[in-house]
Design a protein. Structure first.
Length: 324
């Protein structure tokens, strides 16, 4: 019986990645990362970067494992419009030229499914934290339901915005994390949890003001502690509400050691399991797109070319989960 091989293309923001997977492992993966000279991500510059590199990135992946592909999957959203459109165009061209199905996938759900693939997690509450997204999700009755989410900016963007304001280069999250380790003094900052949702804009603005009167490491430590406490609180409430016995951490900000530590403590206190995939599967990567594409392909899902337009605001709870 032949393997199911799916090519996945990821390019929602600054990472352009192509990967080929089967049911068991990543067969090939190639990545090219856009690095802005100043400030944060410039969507059109990032899209031009992707256009300039997509031939070589896809070519390398196909060279390593591109025989007898079953389908081409791509991030249909959410993400930056110009970047999404560039990668979607390439995915359509590949699918049409190879005469294989095209599968548009939800970027957020791909983070969850690669976590379930690469950890023992079966039915977790997922804390998904990245640059633009911060959500608490869990599977229920055929959909990934959003139990809580940011009301304004994602936690990654909050870190980046604060970092830029104090002269730290992009991406800001890792630099804030390193500086936070240099202080244990906590400065009270706005803690905004509204029901099951949270907000980071007030916290970010306050941190920008407080850093004028306090050492930078002190504010970085306080920023992290406050933001992560908000995320852990809502995750714990979702666990209590759903009765699930696992927590999965997904998304690029999940690489932060302090966030992992706080979630682990919460899970130990509740006697439930805590899972985090390898770092290579935390940030945006082609393997997660390919794997979700594989699940959807095997469940009979196909995206006709006329329906393959991108959706920068594509919500995970709009996707009917037919593969579980």
């Amino acid at each position: 019986m032949s393997k199911t091989l799916v090519l996945g293309l990821e390019g929602t923001a600054w990472n352009l990645s192509a990967a080929i997977v089967d049911e068991h492992d990543v067969i090939a993966e190639t990545t090219a990362t856009y690095k802005p000279l100043t400030g944060g991500i410039h969507p059109r510059e990032a899209a031009q970067h992707h256009a300039n590199h997509i031939k070589e990135v896809v070519g390398e992946a196909l060279k390593k494992g591109g025989k007898d592909l079953s389908a081409v999957a791509f991030s249909q959203g959410p993400g930056l419009g110009p970047c999404l459109r560039t990668v979607a165009t390439a995915a359509r061209a590949l699918a049409l030229s190879m005469q294989i199905p095209l599968i548009g996938v939800n970027h957020c759900i791909a983070h969850i499914e690669v976590g379930r693939w690469k950890t023992p997690a079966k039915d977790p509450v997922t804390l998904y934290v990245s640059g633009a997204n911060s959500q608490v999700l869990a599977y229920r009755a055929g959909y990934y339901r959003v139990f809580g989410e940011t009301l304004d900016i994602g936690i990654g963007n909050a870190f980046d915005k604060f970092a830029r304001s104090v002269g730290l280069a992009h991406p800001g999250g890792p630099k804030v994390e390193e500086l936070a380790k240099q202080s244990e003094r906590y400065v009270p900052l706005p803690y905004t949890v509204k029901g099951m949702d949270f907000s980071f804009s007030g916290l970010t603005t306050a941190a920008q003001e407080y850093v004028k009167k306090h050492p930078l490491p002190e504010i970085c430590h306080s920023f992290q502690e406050t933001a992560f406490a908000m995320l852990v609180e809502v995750t714990e409430r979702a666990v209590a509400h759903t009765g699930k016995s696992e927590v999965l951490l997904a998304g690029g900000v999940g690489a932060n050691a302090r966030l992992r530590e706080m979630l682990k403590i919460m899970c130990e206190d509740r006697a439930i399991e805590f899972y985090v995939p390898d770092k290579r599967f935390m940030g945006d990567n082609g393997a997660m797109i390919a794997y979700l594409g594989l699940l959807m392909y095997k469940a009979g899902y196909r995206t006709p070319v006329p329906d393959s337009r991108v959706n920068p605001n594509y919500r995970p709870d709009d996707v009917e989960v037919t593969w579980r």
